[in-house]
Design a protein around this ligand. Structure first.
Ligand code: LUZ
Ligand code: MOS
Length: 756
C-alpha cells in the first residue's frame, strides 16, 4: 500500500502553502527582527520604510487589537517586542507591501536604536544566574543516596548535546484571507491548527469561531511547526484584521533559520553505579536544558527528558533532575523525540564511560540491564517490554559475532583506517505526556455514490498519516482505498485538535476514524438486513458486496449506501476518541502516562579515516518493534528518515551561535545536514512483529519519533573507532561528533599542544 500522496508528490502537484493560488489584492508581509540578542529598544524609526515603494502598512506592538502574547504553556512571549528584545530574530515590526520583494526592501529601511545588554547563550551560565523558565523537576525511584554503598563501580561525567535545525523543506508561513463579518480564513503550515486558531484569537481579539484554519499538508514539520507556526499566522491575521485584505508571509530559508527555535541543547551531569555483576544499581543525572528566551514547549520537553532518562534499562535507584534555563536564543522547541533523545544520550554516555573505565564492551552492560516486562520506570509505570526480544533478534539476524570478528580483522590489518561498532537499544513512550491532549475527533461522510470523505485533526506532513487513516476506513467498509479521500485539516470541521505530534497522530485520529466508521457500518448493516430480510448480525461487507454469512448477495456497497440515503438514514458520523488508562500525577511525579512503549535495537558500524577525522557509516541494522504494522512501506520510510535525521544531529549538524547570540550557521552553506553520502551505505530494517493488545491503531505501533534515537548509535560507533586507533583517547561526550572534533579526539596530545 503506497502513500496516497505519492502520485501528486512525484508529479510536483501536491499543494503546499506556497502553491495556493493567490486572490487578487493579496499583500505580502516581512518581519523586521531584532539584530540584538538582549537589549532595550531606545528608538524605532519607521518613517523611511513607510515611504518605501509599495508599502501599505507597518505593524508594531501598538497595532495589536488583542493581547501581545503568544506563549502556549507560560505567557512569557510577546508577539512583537515592546521595549525589551530577548533574542536575535525577535519580531519588532511587520511590513505589509504590494509584493514580497517590496516588503523585504522596505524592512531594510527600518532603523532601530537598541542598547545591547550582555547576552547569555549557555544554559549552565543561565542556571548560575538564576535565569530559570520554571522551578526544577525531579523523578525519583528507590533511593540513590543509600544505593551508592551497594555499588562496586561508580563513575561520574558530563554529556552535552547541541541543538538541531528542523530544516523542513517547506519553510514556515501563513496566508490570511478576510471573510464576512470580520472573520478570518487562514492557511497555515502548522502541525497544530487549533494552536494557531487560539493564538490568532488571542492576538486579534476575535472569538475562536471567527478564525478558520485550513491545512492541506506540510513539507515537513519535525516539531518545528507544533507551536512556532503560530507566530506567522498571528502576524498575517493581524494585518488582514486591520487592512481587510489577504496577507501572505512565506519565510525565506534564512529568515526561518534565524527567527525560529530549534531542538533544545542540553548540558548534563551523570553519576552511575554498578554492582559486581554489572547491573546498574543507581543513576543520577542533572539536565540543564537551554530553553532559549521563552518557555515555548520547553517545560513539556523537559518532562519527556525525565521520562526517558533511563532509556530502555531497568535501574532500581534513580534520581533525575531537569532544569529549564533561560537564554537569549530564539525559543527552542519541539523536535522529533521531544527531549527524549537528549535524555537517552546521557544514559548511553554513562554506560559507555563505565564500560571504557572497566575495559569491557558497552554492550555487556547494555544487555544485562534491558527492561523486562513488569519492571518499573522512574515515573511509576510498569513496562510491557520488547527490549530483550529486539536485542536478541538483532544479535542473531545480523550475526553480531561475525560483525565483531570482521571489524577485529579489519582493524588489525589497517593502521590509518579503523572500524567501530555500537549497539543502540531504544524505548519511547507513546502518548502526549500531558494527558488531556490525548484526544481526537473524526468526521466521516459517505456520499450517495459510495465515495467516502474523512476529516480529522491529523496533519499530513509527509509521515503518511492520511494513508493510514484512509486504510482504516477502507478496511472497515471493505472498499478500495481510491474510494476514500482525506480532506484538509480544518478547524471549522474538526474543533479543538491536538497538534500532530508525539508520534500519536495515527493512533488518536485513526481511532476516532475507526469509531465513526464502525458506527456507520452498524447503521448500514441494519439497512442491509432490512433489505435482505435477515438480521444485522448476519451481514458482512466484503469488497464492495454485501454478504449474508458467507453467501454473496446481489446487493452492492453503492446500492446499500443509496438505499440508506433513500430511507433517510444518516451517512455521516462525527466521533471522539480519548486514550483510555493513562494518567499522571505531577505532584507525585508518578502515574501511567503512556499508552504503550516502542522498542528497538540498532547495530551501527562505521569506518573512520584516522588521518582526516572523516567517517562513513557502513551499516545500520535495525530490529524495530512495530507491533503489527498496518503499512510496512510507510513505517520503513519513517525508520529510515528518523535514523538519518538522528545521525545528522549526532554527527554533522552544528548550530553555532556566537557569544553575542547571533546565529552563525544561518544557511545551508554553514549548516551541514546529511546528504546521500552521509546516509549509511546499508540500512537493514526488520520488524519485531507482535500481536499484543497495545492501544495502537490496528495494533500498529507509533513510528514517528522512536527511530531518530537509533542515530545515537552512530556517535558511539565513531567513539569506538577512535579508541581502536588510540585506546588512550577519552574525548568529552559532546555531540555532534563533527570530523573536526573527531580529528582532535584521534590525537589528544597534539590537540592539547594546539590549545596551548
Ligand atoms: N508534544 C507535546 C510532543 O506537546 N507533548 C508531548 O508529549 C510530545 N511528545 C513528543 C513530541 N511532541
Ligand atoms: Mo513533535 S517533536 O512530535 O512535534
Amino acid at each position: 500500500m503506497k502513500n496516497i500522496d505519492s502520485y501528486t508528490h512525484t508529479r510536483g502537484e501536491s499543494v503546499y502553502l506556497d502553491d495556493i493560488p493567490l486572490l487578487a489584492g493579496t499583500l505580502f508581509a516581512c518581519c523586521f527582527d531584532s539584530p540584538v540578542a538582549n537589549g532595550i529598544i531606545e528608538n524605532l524609526d519607521l518613517s523611511e520604510a513607510e515611504q518605501s515603494e509599495g508599502v501599505v502598512k507597518i505593524l508594531t506592538h501598538q497595532d495589536i487589537t488583542g493581547e501581545n502574547q503568544i506563549g502556549g504553556i507560560i505567557p512569557d512571549e510577546p508577539l512583537f517586542a515592546e521595549h525589551h528584545v530577548h533574542f536575535c530574530g525577535m519580531p519588532i515590526a511587520l511590513v505589509i507591501a504590494e509584493s514580497d520583494h517590496l516588503a523585504k526592501k522596505a524592512v531594510k529601511k527600518i532603523k532601530a536604536t537598541i542598547k545591547a545588554l550582555p547576552a547569555i547563550t549557555d544554559p549552565r551560565e543561565a542556571f548560575a544566574r538564576g535565569e530559570l523558565t520554571l522551578p526544577p523537576r525531579s523523578f525519583v525511584l528507590g533511593n540513590t543516596a543509600s544505593a551508592w554503598k551497594d555499588c562496586t563501580h561508580i563513575f561520574e561525567g558530563r554529556a552535552d548535546t547541541n541543538g538541531q535545525e528542523h530544516l523542513y523543506i517547506e519553510t514556515q508561513g501563513a496566508y490570511a484571507i478576510p471573510a464576512e463579518n470580520g472573520a478570518l480564513r487562514i492557511y497555515s503550515s502548522t502541525q497544530g491548527p487549533t494552536a494557531v486558531q487560539r493564538t490568532v484569537s488571542r492576538v486579534t481579539g476575535l472569538p475562536m469561531h471567527k478564525v478558520e484554519i485550513d491545512v492541506t499538508r506540510l513539507g515537513g514539520g519535525f516539531g518545528g511547526k507544533e507551536d512556532q507556526a503560530n507566530t506567522w499566522a498571528a502576524l498575517c491575521a493581524l494585518a488582514t484584521h486591520h487592512l481587510k485584505r489577504p496577507v501572505k508571509y512565506s519565510l525565506h530559508r534564512m529568515e526561518d533559520m534565524r527567527m525560529t527555535g530549534k531542538r533544545n541543547p542540553y548540558s548534563s551531569d551523570f553519576k552511575i553505579g554498578l554492582d559486581k555483576d554489572l547491573k546498574i544499581i543507581a543513576y543520577e543525572a542533572t539536565f540543564y536544558q537551554n530553553s532559549g528566551a521563552a518557555a515555548d514547549l520547553s517545560p513539556a520537553i523537559l518532562e519527556r527528558t525525565l521520562f526517558h532518562c533511563n532509556n530502555t534499562y531497568f535501574i532500581p535507584n534513580v534520581k533525575a533532575t531537569a532544569i529549564s534555563c533561560k537564554t537569549n536564543l530564539p525559543p527552542n522547541t519541539a523536535f522529533r523525540g521531544f527531549g527524549g533523545p537528549q535524555g537517552m544520550f546521557v544514559i548511553e554516555a554513562s554506560i559507555v564511560h563505565a564500560a571504557e573505565q572497566l575495559g569491557i564492551a558497552p554492550a555487556v552492560i547494555q544487555q544485562k540491564n534491558l527492561m523486562q516486562t513488569g519492571d518499573e520506570f522512574p515515573y511509576g509505570q510498569k513496562v510491557v517490554s520488547e527490549a530483550n526480544e529486539c536485542w536478541e533478534k538483532a544479535m542473531h539476524l545480523y550475526q553480531n559475532e561475525s560483525l565483531l570478528n570482521d571489524i577485529d580483522v579489519f582493524n588489525k590489518s589497517n593502521t590509518w583506517s579503523k572500524k567501530g561498532l555500537a549497539m543502540m537499544p531504544i524505548c519511547f513512550g507513546i502518548s502526549f505526556t500531558n494527558t488531556l491532549m490525548n484526544q481526537a475527533r473524526a468526521l466521516v461522510h459517505i456520499y450517495t455514490d459510495g465515495s467516502v470523505a474523512i476529516s480529522t485533526g491529523a496533519i499530513e506532513m509527509g509521515q503518511g498519516v492520511n494513508t493510514k487513516i484512509a486504510q482504516v476506513a477502507a478496511q472497515i467498509f471493505s472498499i478500495p482505498i481510491g474510494q476514500v479521500k482525506l480532506n484538509t485539516t480544518n478547524t471549522y470541521r474538526i474543533a479543538n485538535t491536538s497538534p500532530s505530534a508525539a508520534s500519536a497522530t495515527a493512533d488518536l485520529n485513526g481511532k476516532a476514524t475507526q469509531i465513526a466508521c464502525n458506527t456507520l457500518l452498524d447503521r448500514l448493516k441494519n439497512v442491509a438486513a432490512e433489505l435482505l430480510h435477515t438480521v444485522a448480525d448476519e451481514i458482512e461487507l466484503k469488497e464492495e458486496s454485501i454478504y449474508i454469512k458467507w453467501q454473496k448477495t446481489d446487493l452492492t456497497w453503492k446500492q446499500l449506501v443509496l438505499s440508506a440515503y433513500n430511507k433517510r438514514i444518516s451517512l455521516s458520523e462525527h466521533a471522539h476518541y480519548a486514550t483510555p488508562e493513562i494518567h499522571f500525577d505531577k505532584t507525585k511525579e508518578k502515574g501511567h502516562p503512556f499508552a504503550y512503549h516502542v522498542f528497538g535495537t540498532a547495530i551501527t558500524t562505521v569506518t573512520l579515516d584516522c588521518l582526516r577525522g572523516t567517517y562513513e557509516v557502513d551499516a545500520v541494522r535495525i530490529v524495530h518493534d512495530a507491533g503489527s504494522s498496518m503499512n510496512e512501506l510507510i513505517d520503513r520510510g519513517q525508520i529510515e528518515g528518523g535514523l538519518v535525521q538522528g545521525i545528522g544531529w549526532m554527527t554533522l549538524e552544528e548550530i553555532v551561535y556566537d557569544k553575542d547570540g547571533k546565529l552563525r550557521s544561518n544557511a545551508l552553506s554553514t549548516y551541514k545536514v546529511p546528504d546521500i553520502y552521509a546516509v549509511p551505505k546499508e540500512i537493514s530494517i526488520d520488524f519485531l512483529h507482535t500481536e499484543k493488545n497495545n492501544l495502537a491503531i490496528f495494533r500498529s505501533k507509533a513510528v514517528g519519533e522512536p527511530p531518530l534515537m537509533y542515530g545515537i548509535g552512530t556517535y558511539f560507533a565513531i567513539r569506538d573507532a577512535i579508541r581502536q586507533f588510540n585506546p588512550k583517547s577519552n574525548p568529552a561526550f559532546d555531540a555532534p561528533f563533527t570530523p573536526e572534533k573527531v580529528l582532535l579526539a584521534l590525537y589528544p596530545d597534539r590537540a592539547a599542544e594546539l590549545k596551548n
